[in-house]
Ligand binder design. Structure first.
Ligand code: NDP
Length: 466
């Protein structure tokens, strides 16, 4: 007999057993999906005291319902390259939860994309979107298509074919995808153009659109800016700020670029950037002029970060050695902003960061820190902001883009930025308050997991008690 049907007071032991049971079932039912297991385990480990307070979550099998996607859509994407050769990729959309709003979450084009990776991202997205204060559910999608080395026309043909398959499942009130790794404004343009070609309607079925065709001011900047606003709010709890702080940033795409930009606005000194080939360390600081050069390099020329070291004197370039520690995280600094990809900070990297003096880690990428490294940060008293709280600015401004589309209006950059800062402050305060309420003051992991979970769980109970 399963523990789930037991009634009566939910003790710590009972709640712990229930979580272990559900976790075991997640692993058995979703084999070969380690990132999904990791993301679920990461949230579940905060939930024991929540289940003790709210036995209905156990009775109503909320955990099991939450980890089962509403829908997983998988489709073939056939396209033709410039030489006339036919290629076949696989596309996906994981619609995880629509309990608090239409499905919402990005599309990732990267060779590592598979169903398990997207389930992890859709699960994280569900908790994150719940924290934003806006009515958005959780989803994620993408394809194992590798845009690297592809021409403009090949990328366009791929996007058009991808959208032809995805089209029936999305819409402004059902599911509203955005960008992620490998999907920026250019790709959103091709996807949106194809959506309109089929739908014969101009509606906000995607976010991250260009400012001249239904996009929102600050959407491109929002994730990077939001991470830095969150870091500012964390430091303020210790009477500190970012002025003069040496900062490590990884990645050199959308999130990393606008993290650097906002750090410069705040008087901080960003000193690193990376891509999948290696990283650059510019001890003198990446200033505005150098950042503009990086933006041109990455957005227009699709170049590699190693070119930064050729262009600017005194810069060290370190190529990536697969399997080894990432030496970027051994550079002494005050703050770290991982902005590339999942699991990019290992336990050993975390030790180097702490030894190098890092007192704050704010995650721009999704789940960039392995669980042992998270524990080390929390135990060491590092101000550590998990991605579901720290990088929620991107999807928050996507939500604001949806609101503007519905109202056929466009707010000024100042207005969107003001709302973004308000939302980030709200998330920060909610996370802190929740952590305190659960006896873990200053623990942003517990605060984010619990606050994000409870809102979704309560919506599930209101909408579909069994
Ligand atoms: P981009 O495609 O613009 O940039 C990704 C950057 O990360 C590139 O520098 C890329 O290098 C590097 N990277 C990607 N995969 C790997 C890898 N396996 N190992 C090392 N480096 C890698 O993506 P974004 O900046 O949009 O996204 C970065 C992270 O932020 C992701 O985790 C994403 O999920 C998250 N995020 C993004 C949001 C957004 O609004 N865009 C919102 C919330 C989270 P290379 O060019 O060599 O591949």
């Amino acid at each position: 007999m399963t523990h789930l049907v037991e009634r009566g007071p939910t003790t710590d032991r009972f709640a712990g057993r229930h979580i272990a049971d559900v976790m075991a079932r997640v692993e058995a039912k979703n084999p070969g999906e380690p990132e999904f297991h990791q993301a679920v385990r990461e949230v579940f480990r905060s939930l024991e005291p929540v289940l003790v307070r709210q036995p209905r979550y156990v009775e109503q099998r909320i955990l099991e319902r939450l980890v089962e996607p509403d829908r997983v859509i998988s489709f073939g994407v056939n396209w033709v390259d410039d030489q006339g050769e036919i290629h076949v990729n696989r596309g996906y959309r994981v619609q995880m939860s629509s309990s608090i709003g239409p499905y919402k979450g990005g599309l990732r084009f990267h060779p590592s994309v598979n169903q398990g990776l997207l389930k992890f991202l859709a699960f994280e997205q569900t908790i994150k979107d719940s924290l934003t204060t806006l009515p958005m559910g959780g989803a994620k999608g993408g394809s194992d298509f590798d845009p690297k080395g592809r021409t403009e026309s090949e990328i366009r043909r791929f996007c058009q074919s991808f959208m032809t398959e995805l089209y029936p499942y999305i819409g402004e009130f059902t599911d509203v995808p955005a960008g992620d790794i490998g999907v920026g404004e250019r790709e959103i343009g091709y996807l949106f153009g194809q959506y309109k070609r089929i739908a014969k309607r101009f509606v906000g079925s995607l976010t991250g659109k260009g400012i001249k065709w239904g996009g929102s001011a600050i959407r491109q900047e929002a994730t990077g800016y939001g991470v830095v606003y969150f870091a500012r709010d964390m430091l303020a709890t210790r009477g500190d700020d970012l002025e003069g702080k040496t900062c490590l940033v990884s990645g050199s795409g959308n999130v990393a670029q606008f993290t650097v930009k906002k750090l410069l606005d705040m008087g901080a000194c960003p000193v690193t950037l990376s891509d999948s080939d290696g990283f650059v360390h510019d001890a003198g600081g990446i200033d505005r002029e150098k950042l503009e050069w990086v933006m041109e390099l990455k957005q227009n020329r699709r170049g590699r970060i190693r070119e930064y070291a050729d262009r600017f004197p005194g810069v060290i370039y370190v190529p990536r050695a697969p399997g080894a520690d990432n030496p970027l995280w051994s550079v002494p600094a005050d703050c770290a902003f991982p902005g590339a990809t999942q699991n990019e900070i290992s336990a050993r990297d975390a030790k180097h960061l702490v030894a190098g003096g890092v007192g704050l880690v704010a995650e721009g990428a999704n789940m960039p820190t392995v669980p042992e490294a998270v524990d080390l940060f929390v135990e060491s008293g590092v101000l550590y902001a998990p991605s579901k709280a720290a990088n929620a600015g991107g999807v928050a401004v996507s939500g604001l883009e949806m609101a503007q589309n519905m109202q056929l209006t466009q707010w000024t950059p100042q207005e969107v930025d003001r709302r973004l800062q308000e939302i980030i402050q709200h998330i920060h305060d909610t996370v802190c308050r929740t952590a305190e309420e659960y006896g873990r003051p200053g623990d942003y992991v517990t605060g984010a997991n619990v606050a994000g979970f409870v809102k979704v769980a309560d919506a599930m109970l209101d909408e579909s008690p069994i």
